[in-house]
Write a protein that binds this ligand. Structure first.
Ligand code: SAM
Length: 268
């Protein structure tokens, strides 16, 4: 079934249960406003414009207990992400079953077939990884219009914006995934202390944050080089998204900036 653009009227109406079956609350009476089962935890990490899902696949074993979602506007690309995640989950199930059978010295009832995956270079698919990729999913959405329909105030701990499509013409500035008006939305859904990760190969984009307006300065603080070096998510962002691999192949530059969302100012 192809991924349709289904926008919930509020975060409490979103059906997350079908995306993260391993995290559905065992109590069947716990139902959200949309009539679907609740999860035992909230989604906390979002990849905006996730493309083919390389970031999610790279982060999944690093943060196995954190629910992460990629949002993508192109239907065929999102279909690919969904199939990729399903194949990875299935592969993990087969590997676990085989390992369990081996450890109990049973003869496997049938030779397990491990689904082929395009992603073997990530090195995570032939071993059992923490989280079994049950913690990642993709949804089709226009993040520039509907982010607050999916996530509540202060819900997220990380937002990734990796290699957003550049739009240089002034009339298109409003259409940029990283823009001043969108910053208010990102700050709304991020927890205080939460991080917004950005990476681009377009230098002009990177310098966008150099002269922040007052509103932006109030909301965000830039992480230091030492903090970036200590964060394994930065390495995934630099080397495991499909676009980052393309930039590596072309010997391009990668500009990383990570912003910490400050605490809300005190009301006078
Ligand atoms: N982040 C991925 C990576 O690093 O490989 C993909 C980068 S690609 C250059 C930008 C992606 O953002 C495209 O897949 C595009 O379809 C998606 N995109 C653009 N505008 C979007 C929007 N408003 N909402 C969701 N996705 C969007």
């Amino acid at each position: 079934q192809r991924a349709r653009m289904r926008t919930p009227i509020s975060p409490a109406h979103m059906d997350w249960a079908s995306h993260y079956p391993a995290f559905v609350d065992p109590d069947p009476s716990k139902i959200n406003l949309g009539g679907t089962r609740k999860l035992i935890k909230d989604v906390e990490v979002v990849d905006i414009g996730c493309g083919f899902g390389g970031l999610l696949v790279g982060l999944a074993p690093l943060l196995p207990d954190t629910l992460m979602v990629g949002m993508e506007i192109r239907v065929s690309v999102l279909d690919y992400v969904r199939s990729r995640v399903s194949a990875l989950r299935l592969k993990q199930q087969v590997l676990k079953k085989t390992a369990a059978e081996k450890s109990t010295n049973q003869t496997p009832s049938e030779t397990p077939t491990v689904p082929e995956d395009e992603d073997d270079e990530v090195g995570s698919t032939t071993t059992i990884v923490p989280g079994n990729y049950e913690n990642i999913t993709g949804i089709r959405a226009n993040t520039m219009k509907f982010l607050p329909n999916f996530f509540g105030h202060h819900q997220l701990s990380k937002i990734f914006v990796c290699f957003p499509d550049p739009h240089f013409k002034a009339r298109k500035h409003k259409a940029r995934i990283v823009s001043e008006s969108l910053n208010a939305e990102y700050a709304y859904v991020l927890k205080p202390g939460g991080l917004m990760y950005t990476i681009t190969d377009v230098e002009e984009y990177h310098h966008w944050g150099d002269e922040p307006t007052e509103g932006i300065r109030d909301l965000w603080e830039l992480l230091s080089e030492e903090e970036l070096d200590a964060d394994p998510c930065v390495q995934v962002m630099k080397f495991e998204t499909e676009e980052s691999k393309k930039v590596t192949r072309n010997n391009g530059n990668k500009y990383v900036a990570v912003f910490r969302r400050k605490a809300d100012p005190e009301w006078p």
